[in-house]
Design a protein around this ligand. Structure first.
Ligand code: URA
Length: 425
């Protein structure tokens, strides 16, 4: 087998055979296929795509490049994956809620890159909390607490880790077969019985257009169903930040509000919708709303944080500097652009530009008003938090044109949960 032949097949618009896919993924993981050859292949796939059969095989080869966790727990296992958005802290209340309803939730999560935040970065703002767990620690915590949110173990889908880093620097990330196989290889290797996907669409999402989000959701669901996973996808709106908090510690605080029976209505709505879908796929007929209201999910949250060395009751980091953006006129807030708010929070230090950059736990933005709210001139709109005040002008520049105030009630926005996709019969 030769890398040049594999590249040429795809460059010329052909289909990759199972043997070509298995070989190229394995050889790339072992360093036999060079980065420049894999870059050329990724670009050929970017332009010529892969069909569903090729994508399924590509995913399987990436799963086989490493270990698969065997989660022998005595409850059904179910996970959630979000394609990422601004203010998307849903994993934080969701994992303990679904565990409190009787399922086991092994959620191997990522760090933020660019304008979308990362779950691990958010949780690391809790004093003492540890993201890196061994396979046996994950299994033990699933047994005792029922929920684990942690970093992927080293041995999980190493081909994807290498390829994703390469795609990042070769402009080949935004390609549906490569995204779908990347996400699903990690989720399949994680070994849960069921998976619910939250595929976001709108300005703050990876897939800004609804049709692209549908395409990605379909590709993800098809790969999972092909592997025998119980799987479905919710396509949800990401044109406005989720909730009122965007950043790290501020999102943890908002998640705790939800777990204690409060929190913004959109965060509660999406948490409950995803919990219902996860529980249905796990075969548990439990209504998560009363479980959330009872405080049982908050207790599971405290146990989950403590099991990973964190103090769930410790004060969260506070910023050294804040800056308020106030309403320039009176009116109804009709738009608040998720992408602009995400970029501003990132510039304040909540996110990173390169994988190795640190993040500031206290950085972020609090949205004092959301679309539909009436405000008077001078009322607080956006509260910027940072430890690096020099970053404030750049954050303000990102927020230019990010919101509009109108005299009349705006048209109703599309629903938060736009549609649900299930495997094709
Ligand atoms: N997230 C992933 O894990 N992989 C991609 O390719 C894109 C987003």
């Amino acid at each position: 087998m030769s890398a040049v032949d594999v590249i040429r097949t795809k460059r010329d618009g052909g289909r990759l055979s199972d043997e070509q896919i298995d070989w190229v993924i394995s050889a790339y993981t072992r360093g036999v296929v060079a980065d420049e050859q894999m870059s050329a292949l990724a670009m050929a796939i970017f332009f010529n795509g892969m069909d569903a059969t090729e994508t399924a095989r590509w995913t399987a080869a990436m799963v086989d490049s490493g270990e698969t966790l065997s989660l022998s727990v005595n409850r059904p296992t179910v996970d959630k994956h979000s394609t990422g958005g601004v203010g998307d802290k849903i994993t934080l209340p969701l994992a303990p809620l679904v565990a409190a309803c009787g399922a086991a939730v092994p959620q191997l999560s990522g760090r933020g890159l660019g304008h979308t935040g990362g779950t691990l970065d958010k949780l690391e703002s809790i004093p003492g909390w540890r993201a890196q767990l061994s396979t046996s620690e994950i299994a033990a915590q699933l047994d005792t607490v029922g929920a684990v949110v942690c970093a992927p173990t080293e041995g999980l889908a190493p081909a994807d880790r290498k390829l994703y880093a390469l795609r990042d620097v070769t402009a080949t990330v935004d390609c549906i077969p490569l995204i779908a196989s990347s996400i699903m290889s990690k989720k399949i290797a994680e070994g849960a019985d069921a998976l619910v996907l939250d595929v976001k669409t709108g300005s703050g999402a990876f897939m800004r257009r609804l049709d692209d989000a549908r395409g990605l959701a379909r590709a993800l669901v098809d790969i999972g169903a092909d592997r025998g996973l119980r799987i479905s996808a919710l396509i949800t709106d990401m044109s406005v930040p989720l909730g009122r908090a965007v950043g790290n510690a501020v999102e943890v605080a908002e998640s705790v509000d939800v777990l204690r029976g409060g929190g913004p209505p959109d965060v509660v709505e999406l948490t409950l919708a995803l919990a219902r879908e996860m529980l249905a796929l796990a075969g548990l007929s439990v209504d998560p709303a009363p479980v959330l209201a009872s405080g049982a999910a908050y207790e599971t949250w405290c146990a989950m944080i403590a099991a990973q060395g964190g103090d769930p009751h410790a004060p969260l980091p506070r910023p050294t500097h804040t800056h308020m953006v106030s309403a320039p006129t009176s009116g109804i807030l009709s738009t608040l652009d998720a992408f602009a708010v995400g970029v501003a929070a990132w510039r304040l230090g909540a996110g990173r530009a390169r994988k190795e950059d640190p993040v500031q736990p206290a950085a972020g933005i609090l949205c004092h008003a959301k679309p539909g709210d009436r405000v008077d001139a001078g009322d607080p709109l956006l509260e910027l938090h940072t430890n690096t005040p020099d970053a404030i002008p750049a954050a303000l520049a990102a927020l230019e044109g990010a919101f509009t105030l109108t005299d009349t009630t705006p048209e109703p926005r599309r629903p938060l949960i736009i549609e649900t996709l299930r495997p094709q019969p």
